[in-house]
Ligand binder design. Structure first.
Ligand code: CUA
Length: 323
């Protein structure tokens, strides 16, 4: 089962849609151009030497005269590379500074990003929202910037948050807080990936960033703040959830589930994917996932609960009401 991918804005590091990513892309093009120029000069000189000084039939059959040491040449091939490296170092430092020294505007959106083996927890402390794996942020119109400030933490091992079109990589390190920011100026869904090896399912620790216009973002916020739906028809499924170990790892607001080891499920169905992007969030996939998570994501830390077919069906029927 491949990672779910619909309505996704394609592109990579060279098509940035956020200021930090643009700065990095500009730097990358500059370094590429300098490297290409060096390559061209070396290659042309090499070809010239090979052709111009190749062995000819008229050559005398002995070694050519050997010359040792030329201060000018040695000085040139030391000084020029040093100068080039110096320019590259300065432009790199400047780019890092531009990205890191950016002032946080007072109305920025704040998100705590907590890396777990192998999923992402997103908490919006000012908005009272907890969600997982799919980060929603408002569009940042350059005329009215609305950046999102991310505070990166880890619940276990080192991870790295990387959404190439939005910003560079930043590590999530245990017992340390890193920060980064994005100001996406194009609507879309941007894919990212944990970029630091963090165990078996590192490759399936995917990120989705949903960039939406402010009014749509506000609607999403309002919906996320609501308590979980409590349909009277799915009481048995809910009871299966509450009477199993699910509650020690997952939270559902207004329920006795207060676990924080796994993703908050209060608005599970508002997410497009499950298992940190391992599959689309459909009823069929949920049933496979809950029945035996290791079938979709070998090594996943969520155990199979060995539910009866009937309990599993009722549980999933209740889960799909968590809109
Ligand atoms: Cu988390 Cu790799």
């Amino acid at each position: 089962m491949g990672p779910a991918n619909r309505q996704i804005a394609r592109g990579a590091v060279f098509s940035p849609v956020s200021t930090p990513a643009s700065s990095i892309a500009t730097l990358a093009w500059f370094i590429l151009a300098v490297s290409a120029a060096i390559f061209l000069v070396v290659f042309v000189l090499l070809i010239y030497s090979v052709v111009r000084f190749r062995a000819r039939d008229t050559d005398e059959p002995r070694e050519p005269a050997q010359l040792y040491g030329s201060n000018q040449i040695e000085f040139a091939w030391t000084a020029i590379p040093v100068l080039i490296v110096f320019v590259l170092v300065l432009t790199t430092i400047r780019t890092i500074y531009d990205v890191q020294a950016a002032r946080e505007p007072p109305d920025a959106i704040h998100v705590r990003v907590i890396g777990h083996q192998w999923w992402w927890e997103f908490r919006y402390p000012d908005l009272g929202i907890v969600t997982a794996n799919e980060l929603h942020v408002p569009l940042s119109d350059p005329a009215h910037p609305m950046p999102t400030w991310l505070q990166l933490e880890s619940a276990d091992v080192a991870h790295s948050f990387w959404v190439p079109r939005l910003a560079g990589k930043t590590d999530l390190i245990p017992n340390r807080i890193n920060t980064m920011w994005i100001d996406p100026h194009q609507i879309g869904i941007y894919l990212g990936q944990c970029a630091e090896f963090c165990g078996t399912e590192h490759a399936m620790m995917l990120i989705r960033v949903v960039v939406e216009p402010r009014p749509v973002f506000n609607q999403w916020v309002a919906a996320q703040r609501l308590p979980a739906a409590t349909p009277s028809t799915q009481a048995h499924g809910r009871q299966v959830f509450e009477s199993n170990a699910c509650v020690s790892c997952h939270s559902v607001s207004g329920n006795r589930a207060h676990g924080t080891y796994g993703p908050d499920l209060t608005h599970l169905m508002s997410r497009q994917t499950i298992g940190s992007g391992v599959a689309l969030n459909t009823r069929e996939h949920l049933k496979i996932w809950v029945g035996d998570p290791g079938r979709m994501k070998p090594g996943v830390l969520m155990p199979a609960m060995n539910l009866s077919e009937n309990d599993l069906d009722d549980l999933v029927a209740w889960m799909v009401t968590l809109k």
